[in-house]
Design a binder for this molecule. Structure first.
Ligand SMILES: [Zn+2]
Length: 419
């Protein structure tokens, strides 16, 4: 009897050891501890687009998850995947960009434009195929846009030398591989405003962690402050501007690859560009960046809303404001954002969270303020797009919280970094 128990424990030990090894195998087989920054050029207009790799840099450390390498959320207008030479998928990530937003405005019907942007992958040990996909507007499915082989030993891969801005620790919870690393980038702060920048980052951080689900998940985050201060007082490092696409409060940066260069020595799972200004404005694009001002009294509200876009992949639940986008959502397909639905494939969204007694669609009345339902209006349209809750931080700054569906979606994203 005793022997059998020993054998059983022996087998169990072998099993546990083997499964630990297997969990690490995918990352360690194919990637080094470093990462590559890939600058991609997107070109086109409202009708067509193309993309290619402009340059590749070898950077310090991969700060993303080493266990969760293949994205299963399928968010974003774009997606890139890495394949081994025998066709095994070893990494993928979805994202959105300013180019895809620009393609929906009137100007894109008249002229072409070019955007250069930075994306990161764990640094491959062997030759891989990098494949970029775009989401087809009429089918909602991903289609191949560009395919290129990356040779990790290529002489064309360079080491960035541009900047070495000081990075301060605001909150440290543990090793970057198992944490969400938020980096705040200083925009429009001079060298003698370093204390102000740190105070502003601390205020924004405390605001974020005062709200669910961030307050419960606080120990899953590291927070860093990147001191990208101005050399000259008249110049901001990222040249951020208000009034993007004619919307006064839409704040963006014109060149995403300049942000990529500034971030080269940081852990940057999620980026917030903090703009030293009191004018109201911000923006947030999924797995791209979020940006907002420091000195407006709604700085905290702005931060968590824009971060909801960039980190959580959440859509706007409002529909009353004037926006420049034309036909932003195709009503014949299900939007990819987890908090909006056209009812084309509602069972993949929050349908299972709705009680049987709740009327569908759910009236936009105060009576249903604490009810998960199907409320008409969202995604810049008052008809035929639906949101989950009467109000939410993705709808308006005056809402007390994120709605339960957004909270669930943010938790899912946090899980993808820490597990
Ligand atoms: Zn919501």
């Amino acid at each position: 009897m005793k022997n059998f128990r020993h054998i059983f424990i022996y087998i169990l030990t072998i099993y546990i050891l083997t499964s630990c090894v297997e969990n690490k195998t995918l990352y360690e087989t194919y990637f080094t501890d470093q990462r590559a920054r890939i600058n991609i050029v997107f070109q086109g207009d409202a009708y067509s687009q193309k993309a290619s790799i402009k340059e590749i840099y070898k950077e310090s450390v991969w700060s993303g998850s080493k266990n969760n390498l293949v994205d299963t959320l399928y968010y974003g207008e774009y997606r890139y995947s890495l394949y081994t030479k025998d066709g095994q998928l070893i990494f993928s990530k979805g994202f959105n960009n300013l180019f895809s937003e620009w393609r929906t405005i009137e100007q894109a019907k008249l002229t072409t434009n070019e955007f250069v942007e930075s994306h990161w992958i764990p640094f491959p040990k062997q030759i891989v195929d990098f494949v970029l996909y775009y989401r087809d507007k009429s089918s909602g499915e991903f289609e191949e846009l560009h395919r290129e082989t990356i040779d990790p030993n290529s002489k064309n891969i360079s080491i960035p030398k541009e900047f070495n801005y000081q990075i301060d620790t605001i909150q440290y919870s543990g090793n970057f591989s198992n944490k969400v690393d938020i980096v705040f980038v200083a925009e429009g702060y001079s060298h003698n405003e370093s204390d102000k920048f740190k105070d502003d980052v601390n205020r924004a951080t405390e605001y974020l962690f005062s709200m669910e689900p961030y307050s419960t998940r606080r120990s899953d985050f590291n927070v860093w402050a990147l001191n990208s201060f101005n050399d000259q007082d008249d110049k901001t490092p990222l040249s951020s501007t208000f009034s993007t696409f004619g919307i006064d409060r839409y704040l963006t940066i014109p060149d995403h690859s300049s942000l990529g260069a500034i971030l080269h020595n940081s852990h940057n799972d999620a980026v917030y560009i903090l703009v030293n200004s009191s004018q109201y404005g911000g923006g947030g694009i999924y797995n791209y960046y979020a940006i907002g001002v420091s000195d407006h009294n709604l700085y905290g509200e702005l931060f968590v809303h824009e971060f909801g876009h960039s980190f959580g992949g959440l859509g706007d639940e409002y529909y009353s404001s004037q926006v420049a986008y034309e036909e932003f959502y195709n009503l014949n397909i299900e939007p990819w954002e987890p908090n909006l639905t056209t009812r084309v494939n509602f069972s993949n969204k929050w349908e299972s969270l709705i009680n049987k007694e709740t009327p569908i669609p759910t009236p936009n009345s105060y009576e249903y303020k604490n009810t998960i339902g199907l409320f008409e209006g969202g995604g810049y349209m008052s008809k035929d797009i639906y949101r989950p809750y009467l109000t939410c931080r993705m709808k308006e700054n005056s809402a007390p919280d994120f709605c339960p569906v957004c909270i669930r979606a943010i938790n899912k994203i946090i899980d993808s970094y820490v597990k």
